[in-house]
Design a protein. Structure first.
Length: 302
């Protein structure tokens, strides 16, 4: 839908901006044998991995898929296992597709930029093709090549070879970046085509279904907020003796020290029976305790 496209575009733009700032302020190739590859690959892969994990974590479908799966109630249910597996695979593919937007953008932009790839691969390039014969040992040769990303460390006689090596590495990096973009675009397009081909709904029916699901979620969120507010209001009223927001409050309840202690502290969901939970300490207190007569008139001095 349009919202998904806009969200993905915003994520991609933010990733591009973040990558440019990240490269400008933090990236500085060490130009040392054995360190260039680790440093370059770390800057290329680690942020992409972090963005992938963040993409999974920020997707509500991830938590909908995993929350409560070890509940005893789930074990009692006996759904169609094949259908359940297909549905899980479909949702996982959808989640992964959304989560890959940022890391793929990061990889594509960094490859097109070329700086990380040049740093990582400089010591593995052959310079024999550029008319340069380095009469040194293999270790010294790698040391010279590792210094190529840092212009100030390259001897003057190797400046031309250094520039051509950098151009070659940037060419390889940019080609890899554009190939990555092409593969992702083709894969996304074919995935949508296959999903549409195997869809049991027609085009207009699918649009109606999408609209229905969107409206149902909005209405459900509104009802959830109102229902939980009204439910919590009953417990707060029982504890304090009045409804929050009331204009004509004639009396208030004075909670005892024991009651204050009962609703204070740390709490988690408390199972009452097979179907119900207490959501908080105040909820637990309100369902168990009877209301006493410790009230104070609001028009009287305390």
């Amino acid at each position: 839908g349009k919202e998904v496209v806009i969200a993905n575009a915003v994520i991609a733009i933010l990733t591009i901006g973040g990558q440019q700032l990240f490269s400008f302020f933090t990236f500085s190739c060490p130009c040392h044998v054995g360190q260039n590859l680790i440093y370059g690959l770390a800057f290329l892969g680690v942020p992409a991995l972090i963005l992938l994990i963040v993409g999974y974590a920020l997707n509500n479908q991830t938590w909908r898929l995993v929350t409560g799966k070890r509940s005893p109630l789930q074990e009692d249910a006996t759904p169609n296992r094949l259908l359940q597996c297909r549905l899980i695979c479909f949702v996982l593919c959808s989640i992964t597709g959304r989560a890959l937007v940022a890391p793929v953008t990061w990889l594509a932009v960094t490859l097109i930029n070329g700086s990380y790839y040049v740093c990582a691969m400089s010591e593995y390039v052959s310079v024999n093709y550029y008319g340069t014969n380095l009469n040194v040992t293999a270790r010294e040769r790698r040391g010279i090549l590792a210094a190529f990303p840092c212009r100030q460390l390259v001897p003057p006689e190797l400046t031309r070879a250094r520039d051509e090596v950098i151009l070659l590495l940037r060419y390889q990096s940019q080609v890899a970046g554009w190939l990555l973009i092409a593969v992702v675009v083709i894969t996304v397009f074919l995935s949508y085509c296959l999903a549409s081909c195997f869809s049991p709904l027609s085009f207009l029916h699918f649009r109606y279904w999408s609209s229905y699901v969107h409206n149902e979620q909005e209405l459900f969120d509104e009802a959830t907020d109102q229902h939980s507010r009204l439910y919590a209001m009953q417990h707060v009223k029982k504890f304090f003796g009045f409804v929050p927001g009331s204009e004509n409050v004639k009396e208030i309840r004075i909670p005892s020290l024991r009651e204050w202690q009962a609703i204070s502290g740390l709490a988690f969901l408390k199972r009452v029976d097979k179907e119900h939970y207490d959501y908080s300490l105040l909820h637990d207190w309100a369902l168990k305790e009877s209301v006493d007569k410790k009230y104070l008139k609001t028009d009287e001095d305390p």
